[in-house]
Design a binder for this molecule. Structure first.
Ligand SMILES: [Zn+2]
Length: 412
C-alpha cells in the first residue's frame, strides 16, 4: 500500500468516526474566516483607536452609583449615550433599558445583557482612580465593565458598517444583585422571541452554559440552656451542632453534576459560663442538578433530627435564600455554545468552557432560552470598595463581543 493510500484511509477513518468533531471544526473555520473579514478587522482597529474614550466613558458610568432598584439615573445617562446611534430604544415595566440594532430580518435574535445595578449603598460617592494599569472604583467590574463593552461594541459595529442578519438587542437590566427581577421580567415577556441570550457578568477567558442552584440555610438546635454548673443534660446546644456538622461533612457531594456544600458560619451562647440554648450554623448548598439539592437537603434534615433527639433538643431551620439550578437540555450542544466555544478559541482563550455560573443567564435558561454567561475583562474584589479591573484586557474583551455578536447574528 502506498503511503498516500494509508494517509487517505486514515483521513477517511478520522472524518467518518469523528462526525461530531467535524461539526465543531466547521464552526471554528467559520469563526476564523469571519475574524479575517474586512468588517471585523475594521471594527477591531476602531476599538484600538478609541481606547481613551472607552476608559473615560467606563469611569463616567461607574461614578453614577446605581444600587439595586435605584438604577434610573444611570439608565438615563446610558439612554443619552445610546440615542446617538441608530437603535430602537425603549424601557420595559421592570425598568430595563432595551436598545435594538435591527438586522436585515433573516437571522436569529441575539440578546446581550449587562446589569446596571450595584451592591453599594445609596448616596455613596464614587471616584475612580487609575494606577499601574488598573482602574479602581466600587462597581467598576460588576457589572460596569460589561455595560461599557456593549457601548463600545455598538460603536465598533457602526464604524465598520457591519450589518447583521438577525437583530442584536443590547439589554441593560435592573436588579440583578437583588433577585434578577429585571432579567426575569424581560425573559418572560420575550420568551419565544429570543434565540440566544448572553449574560455578561464576570468572566473573561471563558463562558458557562448552565446556572448553578444556590441554597442557603441556617439550622438551629434549641435546648434548655443553663449555667455551666447545672446538672442537666441536656447539654449545651453546641453538642448536637458539632456532631451534626461532622456528619454532614461525611455526606457524599458529587462533583458531577457539579455540586458544593459549605458550612461557613456558626454561633451559640454569648458567654463562656452558659450552655447555649440556641446553637446555629449555616449551610451553603449548590448544584447544577436540583435533585442533588433535594437529596442532600433530606439527608441533612435527617442528621439534624437524629442529633437533636439524641441530645433532647429540637431543630429549627430558616431558609436564608433559595434559587434553583437552571440547566437547559441540549444547551451544551446548541449552536450558541458551539459558536461561543469557537469564538473564545479564536481569541486565544483555551479551554473556554467553565463551571456553571449564577447570574441573569439562569433567568433565560429557566424560560427555555438558549443562554451562556461570559464577560469582557478580568476584575478583582467584586462587591467590595476596593474593586478594580485590569484596563488592557477590556479592549480584547470588546473584540471578543464584536466577533461573537456577528458570528451569532450572521454577517449580511
Ligand atoms: Zn454582577
Amino acid at each position: 500500500m502506498s503511503l498516500l493510500k494509508i494517509v487517505l484511509i486514515f483521513f477517511f477513518y478520522v472524518t467518518a468516526s469523528q462526525h461530531a468533531f467535524s461539526q465543531t471544526t466547521s464552526y471554528a473555520d467559520q469563526v476564523r474566516s469571519l475574524q479575517e473579514s474586512t468588517g471585523i478587522k475594521t471594527a477591531n482597529e476602531y476599538i484600538d483607536k478609541t481606547r481613551d474614550q472607552i476608559l473615560r466613558e467606563w469611569i463616567a458610568i461607574t461614578e453614577i452609583n446605581a444600587p439595586s432598584k435605584q438604577e434610573q439615573e444611570r439608565a438615563k445617562y446610558l439612554e443619552g449615550l445610546l440615542r446617538k446611534y441608530k437603535l430602537d430604544i425603549r424601557y420595559d415595566s421592570a425598568g430595563n433599558l432595551i436598545a435594538t440594532r435591527k438586522g436585515t430580518g433573516a437571522g436569529p435574535v441575539t440578546v446581550f445583557d449587562a446589569h446596571m445595578d450595584t451592591v453599594f449603598q445609596p448616596g455613596l460617592k464614587i471616584k475612580a482612580t487609575v494606577r499601574d494599569g488598573r482602574v479602581y472604583a466600587p462597581g467598576i467590574g460588576d457589572d460596569t465593565r460589561n455595560i461599557e463593552a456593549l457601548l463600545a461594541t455598538i460603536r465598533a459595529l457602526d464604524a465598520a458598517s457591519i450589518k447583521t442578519k438577525g437583530d442584536l438587542i443590547f439589554l441593560f437590566t435592573t436588579d440583578e444583585e437583588a433577585g434578577m427581577t429585571g432579567a426575569k421580567q424581560y425573559t418572560s415577556d420575550n420568551k419565544g422571541k429570543v434565540d440566544y441570550y448572553i449574560a455578561l457578568d464576570g468572566g473573561y477567558e471563558g463562558f458557562t452554559y448552565a446556572g448553578i442552584g444556590i441554597n442557603w440555610y441556617r439550622h438551629h438546635f434549641v435546648g434548655p440552656g443553663g449555667h455551666t454548673r447545672s446538672r442537666t443534660p441536656p447539654y449545651s446546644a453546641t453538642l448536637p451542632l458539632a456532631r451534626a456538622i461532622s456528619r454532614i461533612y461525611e455526606l457524599n457531594v458529587p462533583s458531577n453534576p457539579s455540586s458544593n456544600l459549605n458550612i461557613g458560619m456558626l454561633g451559640g451562647s454569648e458567654v463562656v459560663n452558659a450552655k447555649a440554648s440556641d446553637a446555629w450554623f449555616t449551610v451553603d448548598l449548590r448544584s447544577t442538578d436540583n435533585t442533588v439539592i433535594t437529596d442532600l437537603e433530606k439527608k441533612i434534615a435527617d442528621i439534624l433530627q437524629e442529633e437533636a433527639r439524641r441530645a433532647g433538643m429540637v431543630v429549627k431551620t430558616e431558609i436564608i435564600s433559595k434559587s434553583p439550578s437552571a440547566v437547559l437540555p441540549g444547551n451544551r450542544d446548541s449552536r450558541l455554545v458551539k459558536i461561543a466555544e469557537a469564538v473564545h478559541r479564536a481569541m486565544g482563550f483555551d479551554p473556554p468552557i467553565g463551571n456553571a455560573g449564577s447570574n441573569n443567564s439562569s433567568a433565560a435558561l429557566l424560560q427555555g432560552i438558549s443562554s451562556i454567561s461570559t464577560g469582557a475583562g478580568p476584575c478583582s474584589d467584586s462587591h467590595a470598595l476596593t474593586e478594580n479591573c485590569e484596563i488592557e484586557p477590556l479592549y480584547k474583551g470588546i473584540k471578543k463581543l464584536v466577533l461573537l455578536s456577528v458570528a451569532l447574528a450572521g454577517l449580511e
